[in-house]
Design a protein around this ligand. Structure first.
Ligand code: CS2
Ligand code: MG
Length: 402
């Protein structure tokens, strides 16, 4: 019987910080898992090195479910982003190994294709409406059939989701960048630029918007109602989702579809949102929601309640997560859409991935396993540098949800 011979945790910064777990079996088969938690990378690296790796060595790599239960129940302290990201990395690496041993791409182990391609959405942004419209046009010209639109709010300074340079990176400073926020200014301005996008480009593509946890439920209800004529594919994270009940109020006031979940890490954290259809898309991801094993449980629960998938896919999730996500996306019956931001060239030097983009969609690698290899030698050229996500402050100086 093959056993887990070693598990290595790599922390490097090719383009941005990533934490990667590589498991090697006694037969020399390797598997990769993403363990990146933006702004808290070293917490997960330590959790893996100190509390997971010593218990992994010697285990049977084929026992994916047993290993998942062992690290979930065995920790006693359950859930949370650090624990679930560490478990996710182990789980994803073991699925990679199982695919390689079987000689099959992971999606074949998940039931095979349910669709010919995985539709993705791009991230258009601008410091003002004209630059946003130019960015939407650029992504439409690249063949995207779905585009998220975000613009800076005039006179407020920092805002969420506006790219600086070629790759969007919110964790850009050694200490949290404190950014001003005005809900009033946002509620007045955001609907106008979403309307401007529809006025310019019409309705033959999907338009998405990320509110990014910024509103109260009644403000989110007002926003959703105001933008109904924009026919959004979804408004994302309209209000912080710790209080799942809060979404009932939003639901009562607007038909704008709702997407939630990128910051949630277990089925329990989205259970009511799904079973009571308080959302339309669940955004939980491979890297933060316990890996492929747990994410497909969430997706199966969602399928029972006509909730579709819309997994998080920002560049602070590594190409390992994207590859695993596309394997799931191509197989599950209730796929909705996949977030996709092209990683920086340095990132793709270290992570060699078989995922391919064409005609507004992604295709999984057909190689056995996930179809990603990690070049640790190349990674050594990009040492880790601590970076934090911003903190938002209202104009009165109090902390808001970033
Ligand atoms: C965003 C993310 O992609 C999204 O929808 O919410 O960019 C998010 O801000 C980052 O992943 C946080 O690290
Ligand atoms: Mg988001």
């Amino acid at each position: 019987m093959s056993t887990i011979e070693r598990a290595e945790v790599f922390v490097a910064s090719p383009g941005r910080n990533f934490v990667t777990l590589r498991i090697t079996t006694s037969d020399g088969v390797t598997g990769l898992g993403d363990a990146t938690l933006n702004g808290r990378e070293l917490a997960v690296a330590a959790y893996l090195r100190e509390h997971v790796v010593p218990l992994l060595v010697g285990r049977d790599p084929a026992r994916i479910e047993d290993t998942w239960q062992y690290f979930y129940r065995g920790a006693y302290w359950r859930r949370g982003p650090v624990t679930m990201t560490a478990i996710a990395a182990v789980d994803t690496a073991l699925w990679d190994i199982k695919g390689k041993v079987a000689g099959l791409p992971v999606y074949q182990l998940l039931g095979g294709r349910s669709r010919d391609a995985v539709m993705v959405y791009a991230h258009a942004s601008g410091t003002d409406v004209p630059s946003l419209l130019d960015d939407v046009a650029r992504f439409r010209d690249l063949g995207y059939r779905a585009v998220r639109a975000q613009a800076a709010v005039p006179d407020v300074g920092g805002t969420y989701g506006v790219r600086k340079g070629s790759v969007y990176e919110p964790a850009a400073s050694a200490l949290p960048d404190e950014q001003p926020w005005s809900t009033e200014a946002y509620l007045d301005f955001a609907p106008t630029y979403l309307e401007a996008v529809r006025d310019r480009f019409g309705f033959d593509f999907h338009l998405l918007h990320d509110v990014h946890h910024r509103l109260t439920p009644i403000e989110a209800a007002r926003f959703g109602k105001r933008v109904e004529d924009c026919r959004l594919f979804w408004m994302e994270d309209p209000t912080p989702a710790e209080d799942q009940e809060a979404f009932r109020l939003i639901r009562q006031h607007t038909t704008t579809p709702i997407a939630v979940g990128e910051a949630l890490t277990s089925i329990w954290d989205v259970q009511r949102l799904i079973t009571e259809q308080l959302i339309d898309y669940v955004r939980t991801t491979v890297v933060h929601a316990g890996g492929i094993t747990h994410l497909r449980r969430i997706f199966d629960l969602a399928a029972l309640h006509q909730v579709r998938t819309g997994s998080h896919g920002a560049t602070d999730l590594s190409p390992v997560t994207l590859a695993a996500a596309v394997h799931l996306d191509v197989a599950v019956p209730n796929f909705g859409i996949q977030e996709y931001m092209e990683h920086a060239p340095e990132t793709m030097e270290v992570f060699r991935s078989g995922v391919r983009f064409a005609d507004g969609a992604l295709q999984p690698s057909e190689a056995p396993g996930l179809g990603v290899e990690y070049d640790e030698k190349a990674a050594e050229r990009f040492p880790y540098e601590g970076r934090y996500l911003p903190v938002a402050r209202r104009l009165d100086g109090s902390v808001h949800d970033w």
